[in-house]
Design a protein around this ligand. Sequence first.
Ligand code: 4NP
Length: 170
Amino acid sequence: MSRAREGGAPGLPGPVRAVLCVCLGNICRSPIAEGVLRHRAREAGLALEVDSAGTGAWHAGEPPDRRATAAAHKQGVILEGRARQVAVEDFARFDLVLAMDRSNHRDLLARCPRPHVGKVRRLGEWDPEGGAPDVPDPYYGGDEGFDEVFALVDRCARALVAALQAAARP
Ligand code: 4NP
């Protein structure tokens, strides 16, 4: 039995059809999370809209970091899209806004209109290994940091997809 069915995974804010993954620059962690979540949802036959954004705008318009693209490609996941900054409309448009770390989470809550604060969560809350870890920023490190980010994001994404499927069952 999965942790979600045992009640080990965190609750969801309501029906989830669209998810926004958010990090600082939107070129490393959140594009990986977007690609992995879309990939795992498709594999599971779950209809899910997935996008990503950054709390900052420094890299707006850029494709994902080539190290992120390479780490994902090795695992059969294609990264899409261009970086953009999170917009206030995102909090209404998406059902779940997933921060990669505590700093992103704080920044998002500071911008989030009050009715939507329950949608703002951290991806690590769904880590089946427990501990609700932050997804570490790999930008200033080497390629292996991107493989570690991929592995952490992937196990959280699989658990989240399982939880969404369980929640969608009548
Ligand atoms: P991300 O990584 O938040 O995972 O996209 C970063 C990308 C760029 C910078 C920092 C983190 N930067 O300082 O430009």
